[in-house]
Design a protein around this ligand. Structure first.
Ligand SMILES: O=P(O)(O)OC[C@H]1O[C@](O)(CO)[C@@H](O)[C@@H]1O
Length: 244
């Protein structure tokens, strides 16, 4: 894993956007894997800024999001469909037919997972996958204990995750219990992975990722087995590590 230590959140976002824009400029039909949560918001703002400066176009880009809550429709402000539209897609020239986010409102969730997995495979897998790091080491919504061999599936969310995400809802009760997430194997098929980490609250999980063992108890540790991972982490996320 390549580790890039940057000054702050803004530098983390700019560094990630440079890598993504280079991929978009150099690949004919780039496929991006996108994340939600607070971590990638700055990256999306930076992409919009560069797009407005005519640096690149999103018209040939296909995207796959990591996850979506079960039971939240596209129009629900807490859904990841809504998040992606508001924070990125509506500002760009992306063809919405090339945007893929799991649908957590269908009756047959297992079928939705199968179809999602199939679409990623048919797209030739993901060129650059953006990831945030959960406090318990989750990536996407793959909670501790998820088999490394998992493909897209329905998950029961951990209480840690529901508590951490409660800030986006009016109360903890409103945080869905379940979600659909890309699996760990799906993520590992990506050609390049960018893990973004910012803030002191991520210092413990980052230290565990860097110094700890590879174990299904800590899903992000699987990334150590991938040949092309770049961690972009800011200074504050490094406080639990003795690096300079
Ligand atoms: O960026 P945040 O809000 O800290 O969340 C970290 C991770 O947790 C999730 O929000 C899922 O809980 C992911 O989408 C994200 O990558």
């Amino acid at each position: 894993m390549e580790i890039r230590k940057v000054e702050n959140y803004s530098e983390m976002s700019q560094t990630a956007s440079t890598i993504i824009i280079n991929t978009i400029k150099h690949k004919k039909s780039p496929v991006l894997g996108l994340a939600t949560g607070s971590t990638p918001e700055g990256l999306y703002q930076e992409l919009i800024h560069q797009y407005n400066n005519h640096v690149f176009s999103f018209k040939d880009v296909t995207t796959f999001n990591l996850d979506e809550y079960v039971g939240l429709g596209k129009g629900n402000p807490q859904s990841y469909h809504y998040y992606m539209k508001e924070k990125l897609f509506k500002h760009l020239d992306i063809n919405m037919e090339n945007v893929n986010i799991p649908n957590g409102t269908v009756q047959h969730l297992e079928k939705e997972c199968e179809n999602y997995e199939k679409s990623i495979k048919e797209a030739g897998y993901i060129d650059v996958q953006v990831l945030g790091l959960g406090l318990n080491g989750h990536i996407g919504f793959n909670e501790p204990g998820t088999p490394f061999s998992s493909s897209t599936h329905v998950v029961e969310l951990d209480d840690t995750t529901r508590k951490a995400n409660a800030r986006f809802f009016t109360s903890m009760d409103e945080v869905p219990q379940k979600a659909i997430t890309m699996g760990l194997t799906t993520i590992m098929h990506s050609k390049k992975i960018l893990l973004l980490v910012s803030g002191e609250n991520k210092a413990e999980p980052l230290a565990r990722l860097i110094n700890g063992n590879i174990s299904e108890d800590f899903p992000a540790s699987m990334l150590k087995k991938h040949p092309n991972v770049t961690i972009i982490a800011d200074k504050s996320a490094f406080v639990a590590l003795n690096s300079k």
